[in-house]
Every structure is written in C-alpha cells, then in structure tokens.
Design a protein around this ligand. Structure first.
Ligand code: IMP
Length: 299
C-alpha cells in the first residue's frame, strides 16, 4: 500500500535499515530522540507498542509510528533469551560467546527469531508478526546481518544468516515476514473491499457510490474499487500473495469529509477473525485503520 509516511521508532540502525527496505512505497523517517524508555513490557508486542507510543509522545499524535521488537528464542534454554535478547549480553561477539557457552555439549539446538511490528496510527493500530525457525550452529560464521546472525542457521539451509546475507534476509527474515503481515493487514483488506467481497445492502451501496463520486481521486479509487457484492468465500491474489477469507463489508459516512469502511473477515488460512475499520478521507486516502482481532470460532 503506497503513500504512508511513518516514523520508525528504533534505536537499532540495522533494524531501521532493514525495515526501510521491507516497506516499499512507504516514506520512513527515523525517530531522533534521547531518553528512550526502558523495555519493560511482558511481550514483544508491548515493547514494540511502547516504542511507537514514545515516538508519538516526542512528535505528536497526528502521525503514523512504527515500533518493532524482536528476539531469539532457544528451545534448550526454555525460550531464552527471548524478549531479553538485547540485554542478554552486549550485541555481537559477547552475546554469541555467551550463547555458545550455554549450549556447550547441548545437542538440541532448535531456535527461532521472532519479530513483532506495531504500526500506530492516529485512530488505532495495526500489527504484523513474523518468525524464522532454525538452529544454533556450533561456531560463528559469516559477516552480514547483525546480532545472532553468525550462529543462526535457518530451517532448510546449511549456512548461517550472516553467510546467507542481507539479500536473503530481506526476503525471508522474521522481520520481512512481520512487514509482509503488516502490509497484508493494511493492503490485503483493502484489496478485499476492492473486489466487492461481502454483502452490501442497497443503502450502503448508495452511500458508497455517492462518496466515491465526490472528486477525481475518489473517482479513481471508485474505479479500482468496483464495490459490487461479491461471493463468499473469496480468494484473491495480491502481488503474488494468496488471500483467502470470508468477509462482509459495510460502509458508512460519519462526517461529510470521511467514510468508514468496516470489513469483517474470517481468514481461512489462519484461525483469526478480524474487524477492520478504514477511515477514508474524501480525497480517497486512508486516514487510519483500526483492527480488532479475536480468535475465530472453531469450525
Ligand atoms: P530489540 O528488539 O531492540 O529489543 O532487540 C532485539 C535483539 O534480538 C537484538 O539486539 C538482537 O540481539 C536480536 N535480534 C533481533 N533480530 C535479529 C536479527 O535479525 N538478527 C540477529 N539478531 C537479532
């Protein structure tokens, strides 16, 4: 989805560079700030959100902020260092030496990277999660990436992430997956609306038609979004990503200048049901998105 200008709330220059490449079409500005808060959340999501909230405190409520938190979870260490990964030992050689010492003569070396992204918009937030499964090598190999990459071998590979390199990371890393999930969360749902999924009664169709007839940009959006009732369930291909959902849409005008698209979707590939509220300005740009999630009922 194009046109989102966001402030990236991260002190880690490696992560900031990775994320900039992972959100094509977005304008990403780094947050320059002092006195960053301690990471005290009980989960990655809480820490990611705290970073985004800190950005909002520094620059004000009208922008979009991205917070990210990530970590390495090692099965034989009961999931440690996990959320404490950044504080386990100084990043790089010291953290790797400590990890290899803890795993000395340990055969079970399964591990995974986790990344959580929280995108905080003026009226709500959207999230994306990603993981990368693998194992911890016996010794450090490779020069690219950062952190634990010289000892992390992804599933199905023989080389470490530091050997596989930044190009590989951009396609397959936990952060790449989290960024794709975030983009799918924002853009995929709009694609579903575009295809006219869901049942709309006459009145909402009339309201939507009137709304999108409002100006050239809105008309262009209306052409992309034919908003005719679709059949359920729907399967769509969005830039190579197969989206499957059953969903219902409802559109209402809350103010003359703003429409709200409510999209309730039940994804068939993940056990999640979501309701999305897209606040769309009259010029056709998305002002903000709120997602409410709940576990899907058992089939
Ligand atoms: P935080 O998200 O800033 O709390 O830091 C997460 C920590 O997890 C980093 O300092 C690294 O030690 C580790 N980590 C997260 N992502 C990666 C990665 O892509 N490669 C290697 N280490 C990572």
């Amino acid at each position: 989805m194009d046109g989102i200008r966001a402030t990236l709330c991260s002190r880690n220059a490696h992560k900031a560079r990775e994320l900039e490449r992972l959100l094509p079409g977005w304008t990403i500005e780094p947050l320059h700030a002092e006195n960053w808060p301690e990471e005290t959340g009980a989960t990655y999501v809480e820490n990611a959100r705290a970073k985004a909230v800190f950005g909002r405190e520094v620059l004000g409520p009208d922008r979009t902020y991205i917070g990210e938190d990530s970590g390495l979870e090692v099965a034989a260490l009961g999931g440690r260092p996990g959320i404490e990964s950044a504080r386990y030992a100084p990043e790089g050689a010291p953290a790797i030496a400590k990890l290899l010492a803890e795993l000395d003569r340990v055969d079970e070396r399964a591990a995974r990277y986790v990344s959580e992204l929280v995108c905080l918009m003026p009226h709500g937030e959207v999230r994306g999660s990603g993981t990368l499964a693998g194992y911890i090598a016996e010794e450090s190999r490779g020069a690219e990436g950062f952190g634990y990459d010289p000892v992390f071998v992804p599933e199905g590979e023989e080389r470490t992430v530091a050997e596989l390199g930044d190009g590989w990371k951009q396609r397959h890393s936990h952060r790449a997956r989290a960024a794709r999930a975030l983009l799918a969360a924002l853009g995929g749902a709009l694609v579903l609306v575009a295809a006219g999924c869901g049942g709309m009664d006459r009145d909402t169709k009339k309201v939507l038609h009137a709304f999108f007839a409002g100006g050239p940009v809105a008309r262009a959006l209306g052409e992309r979004f034919p908003h005719k009732p679709g059949t359920l369930p729907c399967v769509l291909h969005d830039k190579g990503v197969k989206l499957q959902a059953t969903c219902a849409t409802d559109i209402s005008l809350v103010q003359p200048a703003r429409a709200v698209v409510t999209l309730t979707e039940a994804w068939t590939h993940g056990a999640k049901a979501h309701t999305w509220f897209f606040f769309i300005r009259r010029d056709g740009t998305v002002q903000s998105v709120i997602q409410e999630g709940a576990p899907a009922p058992k089939p």
